[in-house]
Design a protein around this ligand. Sequence first.
Ligand SMILES: *Cc1c(COP(=O)(O)O)cnc(C)c1O
Length: 466
Amino acid sequence: MRYISTRGKAPVLNFEEVVLTGLARDGGLYLPESWPQFSREDIEGLAGMSYAEAAAFLLQPFLGDSIDAADFRKMTEKAYAGFAHKAVVPVSQLGSNEFLMELYHGPTLAFKDVALQLLGLLYDHLLAREGKRVTIVGATSGDTGSAAIEACRGREAVDIFILHPKGRVSEVQRRQMTTVLDANVHNIAVEGDFDDCQAMVKAMFNDHEFRDSLAVSAVNSINWARVMAQIVYYFTVGVSLGAPSRSISFSVPSGNFGDVYAGYAASRMGLPIEQLIVATNRNDILSRFFNSGEYRKSGVDPTISPSMDIQVSSNFERFLADLYGRDGDAIADLMGKLDSEGGFSVNMSLLNEGIFAAGRCDEEETLATIRRTLDDSAKLVDPHTAVGLAVGESCRKNTDVPLVTLSTAHPAKFPDAVEKATGERPELPKHMADLFEREERLVDLPNDIGTIKSYIKERARILSAA
Ligand SMILES: *Cc1c(COP(=O)(O)O)cnc(C)c1O
């Protein structure tokens, strides 16, 4: 498989290069040159497979010659062995023809684990083979940092430094990061807010001397391997509910458009999807786009579903590229307009043919949905999942088609909102029940880029090795 940039001007890469590169040199994102095709029989054959087997089977065409099939099969086994549920991504039923896809059984209780657990192993495998190392630097307001740390802990070829704003992440979120005691994991509590942390990480990426000498890399959501790994659960869950003989609809709580784009990829690869519902909170750029054709930035408004509080969706460009038949110049033009004019419009006729629908859910409705789901189905859901449930219900066309809402986080990750909605405080699952007794390791540093850079330079193993 070869990978091309959405903007058409960057070199064509293979899988290995695309995993290690991230953003394309022309500012675009990498995409597979074509979508692998799975026949009815292929899809039916998934029924007897474990999740790890299905992942190896479905993702093989994306790897090309970059990774040996037997090695990759071992990686999928290892990536999903640490999940708390043997099914990895189990399905529960909420009502007649309404289901929940439970994506939160990984080590940090959110769906990002499904992709990042595999990405961590891919990094290690590819870097070790090349005799290379990387230093991962990131800023987090809570969720992404812990998933990235869990994915990188103990990996030979990787050192990871995560900056979080001191005292401004929840105690569960902080402990999920700081109780990971592996030597290659470094938590830095910054005397500042999230924007300060983010600005310092940006500055480190723009300091080319620093960046090159430490081989600084990011594990953000634009990495192709993350999107790729998310394709798998659409297929496995679809098959468990009757695909390919039946079509399935999915409702996806969305922010950066990575998760729902993976569903779109699954449909292009042969899974019969009736509707893909893009669910947003009141930060609704995506919902506005699918309903009006206009993609326009606005400010970010904090909500009780913080992992979907975004201004623009970083993976959206991949979908535009498909919409425009991979016309790189057209995409470069649209993204230029987003920068210079704050937005752009596409012809609604392009969208009306597609499987997408979209809607938004405000804070009151999110809380009411958490409450109603507990009352009607005896299930506690987190606020992100509740957004998916509410919008799924309002956008659903055909109740004969099973509707699967992606449950992207465990309710115990957002206990305050869940308690506010229901009066019940969700408990951490058994494997994390001692989180509040575990030893923490972190360092407090001032909001000063020089100090933080020196701290990283002294500890990244890349320099001492060179
Ligand atoms: C990241 C995240 C989302 C949004 O997923 P995207 O791929 O960015 O659209 C939704 N819910 C939770 C809990 C998340 O952590």
